[in-house]
Design a protein around this ligand. Structure first.
Ligand code: SDX
Length: 425
């Protein structure tokens, strides 16, 4: 039985349907609000506005819960491969052994990129940021693979092609930016190990696959795989609502992720920790973060949804300790991060604002230990998030209620006035 919310406006009373999600969260369906009342809603940043119904990821920001298709991220990080998680997000269930084998074969078949794409890389200025390169190259894939994406089969091939090639594109970008020989994907290596090999193998120093490093990367990517309607996923859905091809929608997601308030925070955290290491100024940094007149924010802290410790940050913090110990690396930035966390979590401002470490706070420590250059940290986030973006895009195009995204506005400009010729102004 549908429940309603009463809206009294002017001398009329309206009933707005109340929707309830699987986990009991409630939403007012305002899809007919303007049509019935002439009113619209306004919600900067969409803090109280849902854009869709989705069955992919569930987050409870107050309890620090994150589940992909109902499975807690903690269990997936502990037991699953990244391929299994990608399959789960996109298809709704974990793959059987046969489905996983077929998925692996397809990922391998589509791991190469067209040789002509090398010229694109070679013509970017050497100092280009890898996120700008990745966004451009993913968009360019449509030119090399123009096949339509209307049938389920065509969409599945495009999805698999993208999931596989994104690693190759990222590694090529790194190798070419350093003037090094490109390393091709190998059929005998699984998803994560293949990427590491493409990144770090070289004719003079063959890359030794270390299972601890592979596991660290696997957990990193699983933790980043999806996060419901975040900024970049919303960009993918909004751009996709124009019925543009998947490559263009994902390219928009990569661009949105680049920002330091979003996926670019992992790079910003390391830059912040490095600056603290140089100036030994944790207390000043905390004071700056609290100063309303200072635009500085404590990078890697705070979240639009989590008002408690980000469950991913807990796992990432453990992974940072584990990988540094396994590789016998001592990273002073980890100690600084832990000290910064300890000071912040005791500070009334952070407590009052429910500001806790998010996924980006410790992730950079893990990536440094793996050997990923800092300017590629957000590229690593993008590779991890790709299955989530794809799953959300697929869910949107399959949703019968989905339509072109076109928000309204409250106009605050001048009332009607006349054009004045230039010599009379
Ligand atoms: C990601 O949405 C997702 O799911 C994203 C993500 C994903 O997986 O896709 O989880 C990945 O993007 C994680 C977030 C990475 N970004 C950062 O670490 C950048 C630093 N954090 C912030 O800038 C901030 O916390 C946001 C942007 C993440 C969230 O901020 P909101 O929800 O827009 O809240 P707000 O900016 O309105 O801040 C509310 C209050 C303000 O104080 P008041 O004016 O109310 O007194 O909290 C303060 C803010 O000043 N605040 C901070 C702060 N974050 C919020 N103060 C200092 N340092 C911070 N980091």
């Amino acid at each position: 039985m549908t429940e309603y919310v009463k809206l009294i406006f002017g001398d009329r009373e309206y009933e707005l349907p109340l929707l309830e999600g699987t986990e009991g969260e409630k939403a007012i369906d305002i899809s007919r609000l303007r049509q019935d009342t002439g009113l619209i809603t306004l919600d900067y940043g969409f803090a109280s506005t849902g854009s869709c119904a989705s069955a992919i990821t569930f987050m409870d920001g107050e309890k620090g819960i994150l589940r992909y298709r109902g499975i807690p991220v903690e269990q997936l990080a502990e037991h699953a491969t990244f391929k299994e998680v990608a399959y789960l997000l996109i298809n709704g269930d974990l793959p059987t052994r046969e489905q996983l084998t077929r998925f692996s074969v397809l990922l391998n078949d589509h791991s190469l990129v067209h040789e002509d794409m090398r010229h694109f890389f070679e013509n970017f200025p050497r100092a280009s940021h890898p996120m700008g390169i990745l966004s451009s190259m993913v968009n360019a894939l449509k030119s090399f693979y123009p096949a339509l994406q209307s049938t389920e089969e065509e969409i599945n091939i495009t999805v698999t092609r993208l999931l596989s090639k994104v690693r190759t594109l990222a590694a090529m970008s790194y190798k070419i930016s350093r003037g090094h020989k490109v390393v091709y994907p190998r059929p005998d290596l699984a998803y994560c190990a293949n990427f590491l090999n493409m990144m770090f193998d070289s004719p003079v120093k063959p890359y030794a696959i270390d299972e601890d490093v592979v596991k660290a990367l696997r957990v990193f990517w699983i933790l980043h795989a999806d996060h419901e309607q975040n900024c970049s996923t919303s960009a993918v859905r909004i751009v996709g609502s124009g019925r543009v091809n998947l490559y263009a929608a994902i390219s928009a997601g990569i661009a949105a992720l680049w920002g330091p308030l979003h996926g670019g925070a992992n790079q910003a955290v390391i830059e912040m920790l490095t600056d603290i290491a140089e100036h030994d100024n944790i207390s000043q940094v905390i004071e700056r973060a609290k100063d309303k007149n200072d635009p500085f924010r404590l990078m890697g802290f705070g979240h639009r949804v989590y008002k408690t410790y980000d469950p991913r940050a807990k796992i990432m913090k453990r992974m940072a300790h584990r990988i540094l110990e396994k590789l016998r690396i001592s990273d002073p930035l980890l100690d600084i991060a832990k000290e910064l966390e300890e000071v912040a979590l005791k500070d009334d401002y952070f407590i009052a604002h429910n500001l806790y470490p998010n996924v980006d706070f410790y992730s950079g420590i893990v990536l440094r230990a793996i050997g990923i250059p800092t300017n590629m940290f957000t590229v690593m986030f993008a590779i991890g998030r790709l299955p989530g973006w794809v799953a959300q895009w697929k869910e949107s195009i399959d949703d019968p209620r989905w339509k072109l995204s076109r928000p309204r506005q409250i106009y605050t400009g001048p009332l009607e006035r006349k054009y004045v010729p230039v010599d009379e102004r």
